[in-house]
Design a protein around this ligand. Structure first.
Ligand code: PEP
Ligand code: MG
Length: 589
């Protein structure tokens, strides 16, 4: 057997951290093998039975996926369960089914062979598309096709649900349904040879709170079932055959993390005030109404970013003014008197409306193309429907409106002019809205940052979208894994730009929030606050950790950290400074 005679020496292998946590235990190697498909000719009198067999297998597959979906929904929530909607859609794909039957009628080969042939063609076609979302559909089809083939061949489910003992699951690749079938009480951690941070299987692992490390190349070939290992889901490291030293170190870290988690839960009930008495507003980012429960659970002081485009993305047509109003109203009423910052549409770029391809023609550079405010200003009727819906919702709580992707004063003026027209229309209709509703601009394009002083004259607040600001400042496509290591929030250009935005806003009395991912990272939060940012808005689940660091630091120290960072040249060194600032405050018992 390969590796049989290999000395079991301690080896550290690096992958990508995909789900946090630490595990120590024995490995179970899971090699997901493709189903072997026999090929034979079907006698003409048996051809009707063959089609019936296919239909039966499709039905059984549908039932199995619906069952997994229900379980995932029950255990993890509706968001994670949505992955399996994509799988159910594959089963309803008439083209896939009809092509299989047509191939069967033309060739007379058994239905498994025909189905496999068609599915492989689809998988190949989707994997070659230059669009991440559509490429992921190849994985969905592969997962579903394997299930259909297993059912056709009467093979047992290729499942991880029967792990006899607690094990670290090491796999070449994990499909979402294989991950969902893992018995939570038996899986210590998940490690895969392939995969990315955003693959569906990883999302499921994260929701199950199982530590996970992905992209550890060829690990399945280097280990055997029964080998001992430590999985560090924080730093994306796997230590094979660990000696006493790392065991001791990780044991200590694990204890610290446990006590930290307990302190997080307790601390989150307290207000977000620094040790020297400065209150910081910590808010949540949401995309849909059903996330309100998490916003409340994590005690956010309102919503700092409501990404409204999801209402469009999940629909086959443009939602009407009334439909939008009802959606916004339920968020606004649900959180009143806390504020809700509603961002106008940020469609296009990585978020085209798949159901309306004519509105979103393919572009060579979608991130720098026809998206967000550029799209809205070219479709004023559609934009005004949304503006009126937001104004109407403002009568039901505390609404603030902001525009994404503002690049200069002209765009802001044109958007504000349309908003003014909407106000006049609602007055004429006799419909109430908040006449004092604050209007802000997202600062996420370098030109907006540079002209912050000019933009400040036309709005009431700034919200910095660091995800895009970093992408455009450093010319690093935020979705491109190959250059992900160059996407550095601590690049001096980023820090100086943030400082410039805050300084310009302060002179003109405007508050500045940050709503990009940087705001939810406890390593960066002190730096942002030290630079003078007033509020941070983040994924609800990050709130307790950020609140913890806010409560464990003084604003004076954060300002010193920012002042020092502004004098430094190296992104890595600035990161190390921020990391040390965080760690020294978190690990103090
Ligand atoms: C950002 O760019 O930082 C931001 C918050 O917007 P989005 O991630 O939706 O582009
Ligand atoms: Mg953005």
């Amino acid at each position: 057997m390969p590796g049989e005679n290999r000395a079991k020496e301690e080896t550290v292998v690096q992958g990508i951290s995909a789900s946090q946590g630490i595990a120590y235990g024995q490995i179970f190697v899971y090699l997901q093998s493709e189903v072997e498909v026999p090929s034979y000719e079907v006698d003409s009198e048996k051809r009707i039975d063959e089609v019936a067999r296919f239909e039966k297998a499709l039905l059984l597959t549908r039932q199995q996926i619906a069952k997994i979906k229900n379980e995932v929904e029950k255990n993890l929530g509706p968001e994670e369960a949505r992955i399996f909607d994509a799988h159910l859609l594959v089963l309803e794909d008439q083209a896939l089914i009809l092509e299989t039957i047509r191939d069967f009628e033309n060739t007379g080969r058994n239905i498994e062979t025909c189905f496999n042939g068609v599915a492989q063609r689809y998988i190949r076609a989707f994997s070659e598309i230059d669009d991440e979302y559509l490429r992921e559909r190849a994985g969905d089809i592969r997962d579903v096709a394997q299930r259909v083939l297993q059912n056709l061949l009467g093979q047992a489910e290729n499942s991880l649900s029967r792990l006899a003992e607690k094990r670290i699951v090491v796999a070449n690749e994990l499909s979402p349904s294989a991950t969902a079938s893992i018995d939570r009480s038996a899986a210590l951690a998940i490690v895969t040879d392939t995969g990315s941070k955003t693959s569906h299987a990883v999302i499921v692992a994260r929701s199950m709170k199982i530590p996970a490390v992905v992209a550890v190349s060829n690990l399945t070939q280097r280990v055997q079932t029964g080998d001992w290992a430590i999985v560090d889901g924080y730093d994306g490291v796997v230590i094979l055959h660990p000696t006493k030293q790392p065991l001791f170190r990780y044991g200590k870290i694990q204890l610290q993390k446990k006590s930290f988690e307990q302190r997080l839960i307790e601390g989150n009930r307290q207000p977000a005030i620094t040790l020297d008495g400065v209150a910081v507003r910590l808010m949540a980012n949401i995309e849909k109404v059903d996330e309100l429960a998490q916003v409340r659970e994590n005690l956010a002081e309102g919503v700092g970013l409501y990404r409204t485009e999801y209402l469009y993305l999940n629909s086959s047509r443009i939602p009407t003014e009334q439909e939008q109003f009802l959606a916004y109203k339920s968020v606004v009423e649900g959180l009143a008197p806390q504020p809700v910052v509603i961002r106008t549409l940020d469609l296009g770029g990585d978020k085209p409306m798949a159901s309306l391809p004519d509105l979103f023609p393919r572009e060579a550079n979608p991130f720098m193309g026809f998206r967000a405010i550029r799209f809205c200003l070219e479709h004023p009727d559609l934009f005004k429907d949304q503006l009126r819906a937001i104004l109407l919702a403002s009568a039901h709580g505390r609404v603030q409106l902001m525009y994404p992707m503002i690049s200069g004063a002209d765009e802001l003026a044109r958007a504000n002019a349309l908003l003014e027209e909407c106000r006049a229309e609602l007055r004429a209709r006799g419909q109430p809205f908040d006449e004092k509703m604050l209007v802000g601009a997202m600062i996420e394009i370098p030109s907006a940052a540079v002209t912050a002083d000019i933009l400040a004259a036309q709005c009431s607040f700034f919200s910095v979208g660091t995800n895009d600001l970093i992408q455009y400042l450093l010319a690093i496509d935020r979705g491109n894994n190959r250059i992900a290591h160059l996407y550095e929030p601590t690049h001096p250009a980023v820090i100086r730009t943030l400082k410039h935005i805050v300084d310009e806003a302060r002179v003109r009395g405007l508050p500045v929030g940050v709503c990009g991912e940087m705001a939810g990272d406890p390593v960066f939060a002190p730096l942002l606050l030290g630079l003078g940012v007033d509020s941070l808005s983040m994924t609800p689940g990050w709130l307790p950790t950020v609140k913890y660091i806010v409560r464990a630091m003084t604003m004076a120290d954060a300002r010193r950290l920012a002042a020092e960072a502004l004098t430094m040249d190296s992104p890595k060194e600035i990161y190390a400074k921020c990391d040390a600032f965080y760690r020294t405050r978190v690990w103090v018992e």
